[in-house]
Design a protein around this ligand. Structure first.
Ligand code: NAD
Length: 451
């Protein structure tokens, strides 16, 4: 038996023992996960620094801190989430009780990308454990330090028949996808998402696909420009733009464009210093391939600020690119780097019309004070999730589901949505034996009285 086949078989046997089901077991495992993360805090910072030059601050706020908050949130609500939910029934069901019981799917697989290599590998597993499943984690091959630390941490915390890590590239990923899983949670690009869905269909395995896309930041003329600039700069250049929900491009009203660009330039300096590529806390591009892809866009439009890079450290400074049109290469795919193209509009309807003909993005950000216009944008465009007058913040609220729509994904997670994602909703009707309503049986005259 191939080792991957064996892992899945062992996990299936483990799941069938029923050990993962009890509330106490789930709580114990979530606590073990929390202890594992806390005890390895220093090593986690070191690994993220080596892989992506992530600063301690970014590693804490966007990876480790996020996970600890998510575990604590889950621990404090899990009991309630696990309770069967009673539902109403029509009069024809008198005497019976109906309820929904959550049950785990079984053996689950989480495939993760490289941009938040710890957070995106572990966050789905919090949901898998909470819902009573076993899990195989496949981290990215591009962030080797974090992936190997993940293996070490998970190995020393969990029985591999319960939770384990399979490191490797596309080959391992494909071998995993050859297996029969009961649920697949994939985070990555839309192209690979299609492959995952196709492979999952072999066994009719349900999937969640957390994908990407070109997320716009629309800035209207009534926006608070200074705050807008600060929040866009933070949202875009955190992790050097390698964030699935980073504003991919700006769509700004022509009247406020000069003021917005000036304010963004100011905030780039405030947040990243005069020479960001020399700032030791500024995140690098993950590898040479992505670095080359990104620098090739620097010939598009006109560079308003930034545009410098260092091939040795794989850093590209926060760059604003003006005079861009939808036809430019930088506008064809998700940028996933610190380049921020700017498009201009005169009327909000133009923006809505343009965005409607493009793929549904993972996020959308609207900046403007007028409530009617805020509602107009929220009601006329489809996107995974987003903010009015902010960027990224929606994903840090565990009460909100996080996920895409259309090309940016399907399904969602975070907080209770993670628990729901990894649970099947089993419908149960408990019938009375004290009496029997004749309605359902052939010949019942009562049936005719309904129509
Ligand atoms: P990717 O799709 O190339 O890789 C993701 C994972 O899939 C990796 O573990 C990789 O080994 C595996 N993989 C790659 N090719 C495969 C194949 N042919 N068959 C099977 N498995 C394969 O994505 P990436 O470059 O690691 O990450 C960047 C993308 O992820 C961006 O599009 C970004 O928007 C998206 N993303 C989405 C979210 C989200 O929550 N929606 C979060 C982070 C990143």
């Amino acid at each position: 038996m191939d080792y991957i086949e064996e892992i899945v078989q062992n996990q299936r046997n483990y799941f069938h023992t029923g050990k993962t089901l009890s509330y106490n077991y789930r709580v114990e495992q979530l606590k073990a996960l929390r202890t594992m993360l806390k005890e390895n805090e220093k090593e986690i910072y070191q690994a993220l620094k080596k892989d992506l030059n992530k600063s301690r601050y970014e590693a804490l706020t966007t990876e480790l801190g996020f996970l600890l908050t998510e575990i604590d949130f889950t621990l404090s609500h899990l009991k309630k989430w696990m309770e069967p939910r009673k539902v109403d029934a029509p009069i024809t069901h008198k005497g019976s009780q109906s309820y929904i019981q959550k049950e785990p799917y079984g053996v689950t697989l989480a495939i993760a990308p490289w941009n938040y290599p710890l957070q995106l590998a572990i966050a789905p597993v919090i949901g898998a454990i909470a819902a009573g499943n076993t899990a195989v984690i496949k981290p990215s091959e591009f962030t080797k330090e974090t992936s190997s630390l993940l293996t070490k941490m998970i190995q020393s915390t969990f029985d591999p028949a319960y939770i384990t890590v399979v490191e490797g590239d596309v080959n391992e990923s494909q071998k995993l996808l050859d297996q029969r899983f009961d649920y697949i949670f994939f985070t990555g690009s839309s192209n690979v998402g299609k492959i995952v869905m196709r492979e999952a269909s072999k066994y009719l395995t349900p999937v969640t696909l957390e994908l990407g896309g070109k997320s716009p930041a629309i800035v209207n003329k009534d926006a608070n420009i200074d705050l807008t600039a600060k929040r866009i700069v933070w949202g875009k250049f955190t992790n050097a733009g390698q964030t699935c929900v980073a504003p991919d491009f700006i769509y700004v009203h022509e009247k406020v464009k000069p003021k917005l660009l000036k304010a963004m330039k100011k905030y780039i300096k405030t947040l990243y210093g005069k020479k960001p590529i020399e700032n030791n806390d500024y995140v690098q591009i993950v590898n040479k391939k992505h670095f080359t892809r990104l620098t090739s866009f620097l010939t598009n439009g006109e560079i308003y600020c930034g545009g410098t890079y260092d091939e040795e450290t794989l850093r590209i400074s926060p760059t604003i690119v003006d005079n861009i049109s939808w036809e430019d290469p930088i506008m064809q795919d998700e940028i996933f780097g610190p380049l921020l193209p700017v498009l201009t509009f005169k009327e909000l309807d133009e923006v809505i019309g343009d965005l409607k003909v493009h793929e549904k993005p993972l996020a959308l950000y609207y900046f403007g004070e007028n409530k009617k216009q805020q509602e107009k944008v929220m009601n006329s465009l489809s996107f995974g999730g987003g903010c009015i007058n902010d960027t990224l913040y929606h994903l840090a609220n565990p009460h909100l589901p996080f996920g895409g729509v259309g090309n940016s994904g399907m399904g969602s997670y975070h907080g209770k949505y993670s628990f729901d994602t990894f649970s099947h909703e089993k419908s149960i009707l408990k019938q009375t034996t004290k009496f029997d309503i004749p309605l359902r049986y052939p010949g019942s005259k009562l049936a005719y009285s309904i129509v």
